[in-house]
Design a protein around this ligand. Structure first.
Ligand SMILES: [Zn+2]
Length: 181
């Protein structure tokens, strides 16, 4: 997750400019600006494209640009120890997987929210939904049982190659806590 801050562009923006284009990685983002009068001139803020509020920094993950309050990770930022295969790790992976398919993630993840999504016709999309439901199953167990998952198991799930992902229906994966290893 990259952070873009207003201070990194100090002095480079004409007062009154309505929006700027910023290239990060190989993606071009358009960011709306909002100006505020100060004692010595004007300063600008970024406008979050989701809530339309002003912020001096925005977070970029994949194709998504948003303020900290609109990011689902917001509530976990305070937690520093991110155990591999634990709660934060699994949550981050879910965000990354969802982002690749432009899926707006809500927790807990529920595949039935996407039953009528027209992207369901695409194999990649259906795979992503399956992966997210499986990760949600794991995430719940990291919360309630403090389970941590070995990298190998997470990899199998991310690749949609864990045998349970064939043996269990999405409904089962949503309903039952599965022993993934
Ligand atoms: Zn926002």
């Amino acid at each position: 997750m990259k952070i873009i801050n207003t201070s990194t562009l100090k002095g480079m923006i004409e007062p009154g400019t309505k929006n700027i284009k910023v290239k990060i990685g190989d993606k071009l983002y358009t960011i709306d600006l909002s100006w505020q009068k100060t004692g010595y001139g004007q300063r600008y803020f970024f406008v979050c494209p989701i809530c339309n509020k002003r912020y001096s920094d925005l977070h970029i993950e994949g194709k998504t640009l948003k303020c900290r309050n609109c990011s689902p990770m917001n509530k976990y930022w305070g937690i520093q120890n991110s155990t591999k295969g634990g709660f934060i790790d699994i949550t981050y992976r879910m965000l990354r997987v969802a982002d690749k398919q432009d899926i707006k993630l809500k927790f807990p993840f529920d595949y039935t929210d996407f039953l009528f999504d027209e992207r369901e016709r695409k194999k990649d999309f259906r795979k992503t939904i399956r992966v997210l439901q499986a990760l949600e199953n794991m995430r719940v167990q990291t919360i309630f049982y403090k389970t941590t998952y070995p990298a190998k198991i997470i990899r199998l799930v991310l690749d949609d190659e864990h045998p349970f992902m064939v043996n269990y229906s999405l409904q089962d994966i949503k309903k039952y806590l599965i022993r993934w290893y």
